[in-house]
Each structure stands twice: as C-alpha cells, then as structure tokens.
Ligand binder design. Structure first.
Ligand code: AMP
Length: 388
C-alpha cells in the first residue's frame, strides 16, 4: 500500500494537488473537510456536532474525526493506498493515524507539506471564497483557521519529521511545478516499496497465464520477453526478423537483443507499483543484469516464485499446445519441446539455485486448474501486498 498525507495551512493547495495524486497513483482520497461537509449536508449526528465548529473556524473533536476516518477506511478494503487531506491535524490525530495504519498492516509513506506563507494563504482563500460557497471562507474565520493551524496543527510536522517521513515542497511555485515536486517524492517512495517478482517455472508450467493474472490482480507491470519478442516479429522489425532466425535454430535470443527491450520497459513504466518478470532472467548473466537494471531504478527484486509441475505433465501440456494456435515457434515438434525443456534445465536451474542461496525461493504447486494455481499464488503473495 502507498499512503500519503498532504499537509499545509488552509489555502496551501492540498485539494488541488490531491486531485492529480489520487488519479495518478490510484489512491483512495480522504479529505476530512469534505467528509464533514457531507455529514453536515446529510444532517447526521456527526454533522450536527461539527457544523458550528467548522463555521467558526475551530477544529472538530478528535473523537468525531476518528469515526469518520475509520468508517471510510473500512468501506474501502480494496484500496491501493490512501491519500489524506486535512488529516492528521492535531498531535493526537498523529497517533490515530499510526493506529489505523497498524490495523491495516501498513504505515504512512510520506507526509508532504506544501509550504506557503500565511499572507499568501489568506489571499488565496479570499479568492476561493468568491466561488467556493463555503461558510468558513471569510476573512475573520480564515484568520481563526490559521491560528488553529499554527497552534494545533504545526506540531504534526515535528511528529513525522522525527519518524523520517516528512517532506517539504515549496507551495508557492506554479501548480505544475508543485505537482512535479510531489511526483518526484511519491515516485521515490513507490520504488522503495515496489514489489518485483520473478516467476520461474519450466516451459508449460503456466507462468504466462498466471503471470498476467497476477499482474492484473496486483496492478503490476507484466514483463515477458516472449511477448516482447513476438511483438517485434509481428511488426516485422529488423530486430523481429533476427529473433525469428534464432527461434528457428532453437538458439537463445542473445542478451544484446533482450536486455535493451527490458530496459526500455522499465524506463517506460517508471511509476509502476512493481514488475513481474517471466522468462527473464534465464541465465546467470541475465540475473546480474536484472539486479543492475532494478538498482538503477532505486529498487530491487523482492520475491522469487518457482511454479512446479512434473516433467511428464509439462511434455503433455506443451504437446497439446503445439496443436493449437497458441503454439510457439520454438515448440513446433516434440523434439523441439524436449530441447526447450533441456535448455531450461541447463541454463535456468542454476539461476534458481543462486536465488535459493541468496534470496529464498517460494515453490508453488503448478498442477490443477488455473484457478487452483492462482489461489495458491495469491495465498503466497497475500502477506507481501498487505505490507507494501
Ligand atoms: P478543510 O476542508 O480541510 O479546510 O476543513 C474544513 C474544516 O473542517 C476545518 O476548518 C475544521 O473545522 C474541520 N476539519 C477538517 N479536518 C479536520 C481534522 N482532521 N480535525 C479537526 N477538524 C477538521
């Protein structure tokens, strides 16, 4: 999960920046101010309690805030992460946020503060008052809100600074610049917490089907060398024609062709939540290359999975696939299939052994229906996604 809180005085631009952040990173947006205004409009018990306090520019009690935040979080168990706007606003609310994050098995990644001088904030809010229709956008109430901010909200900064998650951004820069500065912070955080999986398994073990399903389920970018190479062949690029020759002779496509394709893909999807690699790394050399490529992005491999299927079943599956339109150019005869399986054994098993020694490999039973295998993979990965 990626959890971000936007911080700053009223008028700092939190609402404006939240819109793009929530959309771009697929976060569930929680604005305590918006939620309270909704409660007021619906005349709920909480709304009635908050109405006069908001109109006067004071802060609503922590008890009310904890209830509305907790309800919202509970209603969105599927969220990719949360974006908080206007919360936490008191020192007590810092602990509330910590507690809520612990309950979700996660933590706050960054408190991003939009730094804006008080007079600029007043100026902006008075301008907003012309169109916002908010009862608390008038000069007297604005001054009270800023006073509350200075007294009760500023200590929040120290709380998160001590935790090492406070990040300041100049909030008076043009909107697009602020936007870029925030994006740089969030992207860095995302890369730190990225989930990068290698899905090993013999040809025919179901890596492709399962890899794509996992990528979709967890919002990861699927990186499969066979798909990328097939695309080059389909478009009949010069590279594609070379690849076709390699396929026909049964020789592994060389690293000079594969590596730039992988590098392009990583570069192109800089903000991916993580990657799932299939068919790469296939050799020890490629395993070192992948480490290097990920390091360049400020991230690393986090999980290695080996899908296990007995050899006779693999031959039977590939032999059946050979007769369908899903037949791969390198699997057109039984002899070629066996050659392909042997290549995996010779070149790729040592890579899995290397990971076993230095990293740990999770073996998953690849027999049974697609759904059964997927459920096993989900069970193996569930703790990972709860904590990231
Ligand atoms: P906002 O839309 O964030 O400017 O919030 C409008 C008003 O809602 C504030 O002036 C407070 O009265 C109240 N409010 C919003 N969030 C909080 C919070 N976390 N704690 C206490 N009061 C809040």
């Amino acid at each position: 999960m990626l959890n971000i809180a936007l911080f700053g005085p009223p008028g700092a631009g939190k609402g404006t920046q939240s819109e793009f952040l929530a959309r771009e990173y697929n976060l569930h947006y929680i604005s305590t101010g918006d939620l309270l205004r909704k409660e007021i409009a619906q005349k709920t018990r909480l709304g009635l309690e908050a109405e006069s306090i908001i109109a006067a520019g004071g802060l609503v009690s922590d008890e009310v805030i904890v209830q509305i935040i907790e309800n919202t979080i509970k209603d969105h168990p599927e969220a990719n992460g949360f974006l908080f706007d206007g919360f936490p606003r008191t020192y007590v609310q810092c602990y509330i946020l910590e507690g809520l994050m612990i309950k979700l098995g996660t933590s706050l990644n960054a408190l991003i503060s939009l730094e804006v001088d008080e007079e600029i904030a007043v100026e902006r809010l008075l301008k907003r008052a012309q169109t916002s229709g908010r009862t608390d956008d008038n000069e007297t109430v604005i001054r009270t809100r800023l006073q509350e901010y200075n007294q009760k909200t500023l200590p929040v900064m120290d709380f998160f600074r001590e935790k090492g998650v406070y990040q300041g951004v100049v909030g008076t820069n043009p909107i697009a610049q602020v936007h870029d500065d925030i994006r740089a912070i969030v992207s860095r955080e995302m890369r730190k917490h990225a989930v990068n999986i290698v899905l090993f398994g013999y040809p025919g073990s179901g890596r492709g089907t399962q890899g794509m399903a996992l990528a979709q389920r967890y919002g990861l970018e699927y990186v499969a060398t066979d798909m990328m190479l097939d695309e080059e062949i389909r478009c009949q690029t010069p590279l594609g024609r070379k690849v076709q020759d390699y396929y026909e002779t049964g020789i592994l496509v060389p690293d000079e062709i594969v590596v730039p394709l992988i590098e392009q893909k990583l570069e192109h999807r800089r903000d991916a939540r993580g990657f799932i690699f299939k068919d790469f790394p296939r050799t020890l050399v490629q395993s070192y290359i992948l480490d290097g490529l990920l390091k360049k992005r400020g991230t690393r491999l986090t999980h290695i999975i080996d899908l296990k299927v007995p050899t006779l079943e693999l031959i039977s599956r590939l032999d059946q696939r050979r007769l369908t339109d899903r037949c791969k150019p390198y699997d057109t005869t039984t002899a070629r299939i066996v050659q392909h399986l042997q290549a995996h054994e010779q070149r790729t098993l040592p890579v899995i052994e290397k990971y076993e020694q230095f990293h740990g490999v999770t073996s998953v039973d690849g027999t049974g229906t697609q759904e059964e295998v997927f459920a096993r993979l989900e069970a193996a990965l569930a703790p990972v996604f709860r904590n990231n």
